[in-house]
Design a binder for this molecule. Structure first.
Ligand code: ASP
Ligand code: MG
Length: 458
């Protein structure tokens, strides 16, 4: 059970987590927790202040964060349990102070020491949660995640090493066997030499997946501030609702769109072992959220979600040289490679290629290079719309249905069949909301009406 920063932002949130963990005791949970809401950002900012040679302000900037921990402890822990946690906070402050001083004096040390500092976010939240669970009478047991998650030394975005599986099982299984609840901080790990590392922003999900995979858990639960994965962005479609079941691949397609889903990389360990991942919201804890499972288990239903992303730039390169030539696409992609620009959607005709890019920062330098290959046309403020659902490729009539509801809206760059789960195209940003609302209505709201009507007449 992984709880994100907003699930542990204040005393009430901690209470809620305790209730949720309590109700799962029979399933022998392992708890993974993020730093309390906003604290990771504060820790990172403090490192920058230290690099700017102001160690004193760096440490002082964390005072509010330390106080938030103390305030939660004051509210939730009895007198007997408080001193131990207060000491942990004081120790953290003192050690961070030393680290800030070292960074200020020798800024080259910043990358590894940054991880050392940032890790205090998860250290403190996991110790606090352990104490809070104990206060409720549960046999919680704090585990230093650095003993479990072994990584390379790519500070700030370390990659777990294969032995993590075995080491984590060896740390956690004995605790579970003796009916304890292991509580570990997410996001942090250590190298083989014991140097602290972090798994990249949002990395607590990754920790949960690694731990779940190591233990062959029945389920990995990600408790976050959204009620599972929604059928569309609720800011555009107020009628959007929670998708009950998704396949790993559908979830991966959705992740690109920043749908508040977990990053596919972070659930890879779960995917590898076919462990279901449930995304749920502590504030609506009685709802089941979204369950992400393997393709064979995810009831293929034609359309699961309508995802979109604004602010897309499309680039079209046209050249008669492409006709029947080889090596042209390689040359084209090399330009994007050289300018470190990721390409998302690609469509081709015999003499032209259209590509979409999300980050157009390098465009001014990219274009002259592309012009060596052909005529270049750029369109900004486009929106990618993607219809996602595992059954799409094999269901006749979906494309016709999709395009007929937006027949008066100009679309381009249609891409279908690259994966079995997605149909993608571009529209102008100004027309995106209208298109998405109509598509949602056609795919979900009307479908429900028809099946309801069928139900009633039966
Ligand atoms: N606390 C870390 C972050 O804010 C890790 C996480 O929350 O998953 O990125
Ligand atoms: Mg997160």
């Amino acid at each position: 059970m992984k709880f994100g920063g907003t699930s542990v932002e204040d005393a009430n949130a901690f209470r809620n987590v305790t209730t949720i963990v309590s109700s799962a005791i029979a399933m022998r949970p392992v708890v993974v927790v993020s730093a309390i809401g906003g604290f990771t950002n504060q820790l990172l900012a403090s490192v920058e202040t230290a690099v700017d040679n102001d160690a004193r302000s760096a440490t002082r900037s964390l005072e509010d964060g330390f106080q938030r921990h103390i305030a939660i402890a004051n509210e939730l822990l009895a007198d007997a349990a408080r001193p131990a946690f207060d000491t942990a906070v004081l120790d953290a402050r003192r050690e961070i102070r030393q680290l800030h001083k070292i960074i200020a004096a020798h800024p080259v040390t910043a990358p590894p020491l940054q991880d050392e500092i940032v890790a205090y976010g998860e250290h403190l939240s996991s110790q606090l949660l352990t104490a809070v669970l104990e206060e409720s009478g549960w046999a919680a047991c704090h585990v230093d995640a650095r003993r479990c998650i072994k990584t390379d030394d790519n500070y700030g975005s370390a990659t777990p090493l294969p032995q993590t599986d075995q080491v984590t099982a060896a740390e956690l299984l004995p605790l579970l066997t003796s009916a304890k609840i292991p509580v570990l901080g997410g996001f942090i790990g250590s190298t083989e030499n014991g140097v602290t590392t972090t798994l990249g922003r949002g990395g607590s999900d990754y920790t949960a997946a690694l731990a779940g995979a190591a233990l062959h858990a029945r389920e990995i639960q990600i408790w976050t501030d959204v009620s599972g994965v929604l059928t569309a962005d609720p800011r555009v479609v107020p009628e959007a609702r929670t998708i009950p079941v998704l396949s790993y691949q559908e979830a991966a397609e959705l992740a690109y769109f920043g749908a508040k889903v977990i990053h596919p990389k972070t659930i890879q360990p779960a995917t590898d072992k076919s462990i279901p991942v449930r995304v749920c919201n502590p504030r609506t804890r009685r709802e089941a959220g979204t369950l992400i499972v393997s393709e064979s288990e995810a009831a293929p239903q034609t359309v699961k979600a309508i995802a979109h992303k604004n602010g897309i730039t499309t680039v079209q390169v046209t050249s008669a040289r492409m006709l029947g030539a080889y090596g042209f696409l390689r040359a084209l992609f090399e330009v994007f490679d050289r300018h470190r620009t990721a390409v998302d959607v690609v469509t081709t005709s015999e003499v032209s290629v259209s590509l979409s890019i999300d980050d157009a920062g390098a465009l001014p330098e990219l274009i002259p290079d592309l012009e060596q290959l052909g005529t270049v046309e750029v369109e900004k403020r486009r929106t990618i719309i993607s219809i996602i659902g595992e059954g799409l490729r094999n269901t006749p009539g979906i494309a016709a249905r999709v395009f007929s509801v937006i027949s008066d809206i100009n679309i381009s760059m249609i891409s279908v069949g690259a994966s079995s789960a997605n149909l993608t195209f571009m529209v102008d940003e100004a027309q995106a909301s209208e298109a998405i609302m109509r598509l949602h209505r056609a795919c979900f709201e009307e479908a429900t009406l028809t099946s309801m009507a069928r139900h009633v007449s039966a």
